[in-house]
Design a protein around this ligand. Structure first.
Ligand SMILES: [Zn+2]
Length: 481
């Protein structure tokens, strides 16, 4: 098979590593098949026929964003949790709505969520999928990710949704219990991810553990053992989201560190209430932490811990968590993460001549930082020859972006998703001229609306008070632990 090439011509490139974070002006990028072949000024076209050229005049090119924590299935309920607490989210969305999802709902939600991420320049995602009510739900989620063409790790959730009593079209069953789920995770791993290698597969397999405050330390340790026996490439878990008296308290990281089970395959999401000892354990083990500023700030999960973690040498990155809350605008997450920390860093007793955290620091966290957390930094996260061609091109010639004085500031502080002109994953152009490529939006649009309405109609019939009282006792117990 002959090679295919894309030459991106004359853009401003923020490669993140080779230039010490500085942009390279009037720069070309040559892509050969799935990889970056060369970067520099006035690159010559290969002699082969199979070459397409992208004019990058007035454009800024960054590595694709990496979203380290996302529950893709919630895309059908966009914005429903915008005024909810963690408690409201857990009992309504996780227990009630999650139980009502059909496999087809999961497919459409995951496919649409992945397209929305691509539209926003997110080229890699960790899908923490905790809506697996049957084997068909798992297959649907994997298919949604694969059909969209996004890079990532599908983390099979061990969470068992409660079966809603009565005639509520609940798809959760008592029989698809933990043992059946583990058998099914093995099936999914063997059927869809035989070669579970990020070097050669766009999508890889992982496991998402149950939430630590809802179960014993022994149970969590047992689940991690299962994940490793299943050869999960990554294992993710929600960590330290609930505080006692607004102070850090040891939780799952401490439990795993005590049992000497920490490792670089672990991805902890949130972690706002982790102790310094836990952060040190994350650092020494090579595990990663994902901060999701919007939901953490809204839902009492503490201030995003990612900067403190990064300062301590941990792998740290950003994630979007749920579009049932906010949108997939990654620039907004970068700004929220950066500005919240700048506010916290400010010592009001002295005159500050400078701010410590820079725009490039958060751009790094959103790209290379994510690649490190997902153990893919040899493949993605920066623009260097040999890495996979996962790129985002911002067109900066409109009223909101002209003039470009500092390209990194333009991306982090001025650009919005409408400026994302082109998105390339694995050398394939998935967004071009501001539009997703090969997507039948008209029919997808109708399916999203129809499925969303059905889920909300069904949820409207459920006795939410019962769900609230069940979760209230779980939360109370977790806060007293
Ligand atoms: Zn989450």
């Amino acid at each position: 098979m002959s090679n295919s090439y894309i030459l991106i011509k004359g853009g401003t490139v923020i490669p993140l590593v080779v230039s010490g974070g500085k942009p390279l002006h009037n720069c070309d990028i040559l892509i050969e098949n799935d990889r970056i072949k060369d970067i520099g000024q006035d690159l010559s076209l290969p002699t082969e026929n199979n070459v397409s050229t992208i004019n990058a005049k007035n454009c800024i090119i960054t590595p694709g964003f990496v979203d380290g924590h996302h529950h893709m299935w919630q895309h059908l309920l966009r914005g429903i949790t915008a005024n909810w607490s963690l408690f409201g989210y857990a009992c309504h969305l996780r227990s009630v709505y999650g139980s009502l999802y059909t496999p087809d709902d999961v497919y459409v939600a995951t496919y649409a969520a992945a397209l929305s991420l691509l539209n926003n320049g997110v080229t890699t995602v960790l899908d923490h999928c905790h809506v697996i009510n049957s084997p068909a739900h798992a297959d649907a989620a994997v298919k949604g990710l694969k059909d969209a063409g996004i890079r990532g790790t599908f983390c099979y959730g061990l969470y068992q949704n409660p079966k809603e009593p009565g005639d509520f079209a609940s798809t959760a069953t008592d029989t698809f219990d933990q043992a059946a789920r583990v058998d099914d995770a093995l099936r999914v791993r063997e059927e869809h991810f035989l070669n579970n290698d990020a070097n050669s597969s766009l999508l890889t397999f992982g496991i998402a553990l149950n939430d630590p405050p809802t179960q014993s330390r022994e149970k969590t340790i047992g689940e991690l053992d299962i994940a490793r026996k299943l050869k999960a490439r990554l294992t993710t878990v929600h960590a330290s989201v609930i505080s006692h008296d607004g102070a850090p308290n040891p939780e799952v990281v401490q439990d795993l560190a005590d049992a000497q089970l920490m490792g670089p395959d672990l991805v902890f999401s949130h972690g706002g209430w982790m102790t310094d000892g836990e952060l040190a354990a994350v650092q020494s083990s090579g595990a990663g932490i994902v901060g999701t500023p919007d939901t953490e700030l809204q839902m009492g999960m503490g201030y995003p811990v990612v900067w403190k973690a990064a300062d301590m040498g941990c792998r740290a990155c950003l994630g979007l968590d749920i579009t049932s809350n906010q949108g997939n605008d990654f620039m907004a997450q970068m700004r929220l993460a950066l500005q919240t920390q700048r506010a916290r860093d400010c010592d009001h007793r002295t005159v500050h001549k400078d701010v410590r955290r820079k725009a490039v620091d958060v751009l790094r966290m959103a790209t290379l930082g994510g690649a490190e957390v997902m153990d893919m930094d040899s493949l993605i996260g920066s623009i260097v020859p040999g890495k996979k061609a996962d790129l985002v091109m911002f067109r900066c010639d409109d009223i909101d972006t002209v003039p470009v004085v500092d390209p990194t500031a333009t991306v982090v502080f001025h650009a919005s998703p409408k400026n994302i002109d082109t998105v390339i994953v694995d050398g394939k152009v998935l967004k071009q001229d501001g539009r997703l490529v090969g997507v039948d939006w008209e029919s997808l649009h109708d399916e999203i609306i129809c499925k969303s309405q059905r889920l909300r109609d069904q949820a409207g019939k459920v006795d939410m008070e019962k769900a609230e009282s069940l979760f209230y006792s779980i939360f109370e117990k977790a806060m007293q632990k």
